[in-house]
Design a protein around this ligand. Structure first.
Ligand code: ZN
Length: 454
């Protein structure tokens, strides 16, 4: 009988977030990722819709990495009867608990949606009891004919591509692909032998500035702000970007590249995640390993204050300028950064530095696009502060990076499915793959199923 694999695009199409793919293969029902849909809100209402499959029938869930848009709906999956296995790399497993607990605490403030029923301590405990961590390249034998491997995606600590080998055919889900070279992480692994590719396209239609310049831009931004005696606000994703920034600031401070001033890490989640990073130092790249040989504390330096408690966060205002505040959330949709923005954005001596992805409609995106007044925590805030965007720190490959990633396996590829991007971005990349590489590429719509010959 002819062997096939069926993929259903349950989420993560037409959107950067909400990754959720169902793979039916060799009699198994397997999910890749089970993420929250986010955007203007931390969690869109659609997250509480039913799954398009029966969670009880799922055998295994593979988690590509610990971002909430890839794992945030697992407690709901558990709540609806999923009792299969959860597989990821070891660091992803280590990062999952703080990420899920943080999501729970944010969502529990939204009691009008009845979210507390899904995100209970019990659900999270059960989630972790089903979870098993693996090394990169460790063989995971699912059936006699089906084996799976995690390959390094270089996106965040522990991030992986998931490679299924069934009957000799290779199917690869990229998860999110890192903007190699990263300050801390190893490069995205080259792939050369893939038949079917399901790939992200967050920056499918845009390129970043040179990565070599990013530390220089950061240094200049800090110096300019210092000269104006302002506060530099950096809205930052707690996972990876915060640790990367600490790593970069550590290098700038230790090498006397920037003047000494108070630097606040004002994010309880980032503080907690940084501790997990310290446990997985052996997953860092050579550059970071080398730096560690003469500076044991890569994420700690003179002037750094980690403000865990909210009283400490409020006290930051009393600290004289110039100073730097790193706080979440990265798109200014919530978290402590919004309080700092409300306070500091109206003053032209201050600086707002954006280093990460800003989803369409988010306050961060509106500010980036040059809006003069932004509504933050129910209040209109006039923006007079300096605005700086450094795209070189993006955690995602840019358009050219995605193309050359695919190019490496061009000769073996049969089909590419472009997902996890806004429609414009996914369509642009799909067209580029067709035009530049002559590859059969599609941007599937949500709910579509396709059957692949294996
Ligand atoms: Zn991600």
């Amino acid at each position: 009988m002819e062997k096939t694999a069926k993929i259903t695009f349950c989420g993560g199409t037409g959107s950067v977030t909400g990754a959720n793919f169902l793979l039916e293969i060799d009699g198994k029902k397997i999910l890749v990722d089970c993420g929250l849909t986010q955007g203007v809100k931390v969690a869109d209402d659609i997250n509480w819709d039913s799954f398009s499959y029966d969670p009880k029938e799922i055998n295994i869930l593979f988690v590509t990495h610990a971002h909430v848009d890839h794992l945030g709906r697992i407690p709901k999956l558990i709540n609806e009867g999923f009792r299969g296995k959860i597989f990821s790399t070891l660091p992803t497993k280590g990062l999952a608990l703080p990420m899920l607990e943080d999501t729970m605490s944010i969502l529990s403030k939204n009691t009008d949606l009845g979210l507390e029923k899904i995100f209970t301590e019990e659900n999270i405990k059960l989630t972790l009891s089903l979870w098993q961590g693996f090394e990169y390249h460790q063989k995971i034998q699912i059936t006699e004919n089906l084996e799976v491997y995690f390959l390094n995606a270089g996106h965040i600590l522990g991030s992986a591509m998931v490679k299924f080998i069934y009957n000799g055919k290779k199917i690869l889900f990229t998860g999110d692909l890192g903007n190699t070279p990263s300050p801390i992480l190893p490069d995205t692994e080259k792939i050369t032998d893939i038949d079917y590719l399901i790939m992200e396209s967050v920056y499918g239609d845009r390129n970043h500035e040179s990565r070599d310049d990013r530390r220089k831009f950061l240094e200049e931004t800090i110096e300019d702000n210092y000269k104006r005696r302002g506060t530099l606000i950096i809205p930052t994703f707690s996972l990876e970007r915060s640790q990367e920034l600490l790593f970069e600031l550590n290098a700038l401070v230790e090498n006397n590249r920037i003047p000494v001033m108070p630097i606040f890490l004002d994010s309880p989640l980032a503080i907690r995640l940084t501790e997990v990073f310290k446990q997985f130092k052996n997953y860092f790249n050579e550059n970071a390993q080398r730096a560690m040989s003469h500076d044991k504390h890569l994420f700690d330096f003179p002037g750094l204050h980690s403000t865990l408690k909210s009283e400490e966060s409020r006290m930051i205002r009393n600290v004289p300028n110039p100073k730097i505040v790193i706080a979440g959330s990265g798109m200014s949709t919530g978290g402590r950064v919004v309080h700092h923005e409300r306070h500091y954005l109206p003053d032209p001596n201050n600086t707002l530095l954006l280093t990460g992805y800003q989803a369409a409609g988010s306050p961060g995106r509106l500010i980036q696009e040059g809006i003069k007044t932004v509504r933050i925590t129910g209040e209109d805030v006039i923006i007079r502060a300096h605005l700086v965007t450094i795209t070189g720190y993006s955690g995602h490959k840019d358009s050219d990076g995605l193309l050359s990633f695919v190019e490496d396996t061009q000769d073996t590829l049969k089909k590419v499915f472009v997902v996890m991007g806004e429609p414009k971005s996914a369509m642009f990349l799909t067209q580029k793959l067709r035009d530049n590489l002559g590859i059969e590429a599609y941007a599937p719509e949500q709910g579509t199923s396709i059957t692949l010959a294996c």
